[in-house]
Ligand binder design. Sequence first.
Ligand code: FEO
Length: 398
Amino acid sequence: MKQICDGIYAVGALNPAMRVFDIVMTTDYGTSYNSYLVKGQQKTALIDVCHKSFFEPYLQNIREVCDPKSIDYIVLNHNEPDHTGALAELLPELGDVTIYTSQAGSIYIKAITNRQDLNLHVVKDGETLDLGGKTLKFISAPFLHWPDSIFTYLPEDKVVFTCDFLGAHYAEPYTFDYNMAYPEKYGKALHSYYDAIFGPFRKYVQAGLQKLDALSFDMVLPSHGPVLTTGTMLETAIARYRGWSAPVQREEKLAVVFYTSAYGNTKRLAVEVMDGIRESGKQVEVRLCDIIEHPMAELRQLLNECDAFAIGTPTINRDAVPPVWELLAGMDAVNSAKRPCAVFGSFGWSGEGTGNVAARLQSLKCALVDEPLRATFVPTREDLQRARELGARLAEQL
Ligand code: FEO
């Protein structure tokens, strides 16, 4: 337990040993599941909860501040189980609490606790809750990063509880940013956290920052990582979010032809697709990328930022090759609907790779401009012409 300021206490748990979060995210510096107790003159609120694996130390932290039965409200800014997993176990320790959360959150938390009898209060944007000398104001912040997300603002203390927003998987036992031992490592953690959690939600990040701009505050109390304070990391973290979420400005549209090729046959098709785009007369920058020649993180970024793309794959063991699937695994499924794309590839004796990739893109609601283009072994002159025409059709969609 750590006191943040008069009447606000950090009661969450540190998990410095964690190295993978949510299956997909490496966490070199562990994480923390931050939760805060806010004691007003009349009422007490618990802001966010904790991962269920840390229930016992979490409960102990709460007990260091107050009798759990004296808690009146629980505010769930976001209901992912790293912040709500311990709630089912915590509730029997509490008295009659009312849970404040968003409409979406009220649905999720019933399924997370497997309880339909929760005493829930669905908050409206801008609604307030008076604790006595401390007012909680709830601010809608959808898709930061789930539909349920809200911020909670406490104007008397000039603090905002943002849950995941401006958080980082970074565990140090010092709570405040000005005590951090390794600020550079924190900077890396902040960035990788942003990329993994908020990267697909840029426009919502911009909207969230605008909402914060309208508030007067000196501290952000996120639910992962250190407390951010004015003059230390607060302005820096906000400025970085602003930069990372800024719309990408390009003078020309960007089309990328991704491919990989065992014997140079799919590569020949890729070059023709590229030339077809170039000769279309459209103002478009075209890049050609052999998937196995570039870092996968760069390719994924390119895939998610381009305006149109083509993917060329050979077929091995009746499927597209693993590097192609690795690329597609990094596709921003949230923002890919209707993006123009094309699929092509040379194969030997079965040729399922292109069809499997096309099916995946269709499931993501991308806009395939044509059936997959397939060529057997060495592309003929006609195959190469078809590849060039495929590139032209892709360019037409830009
Ligand atoms: Fe930290 Fe989206 O949960």
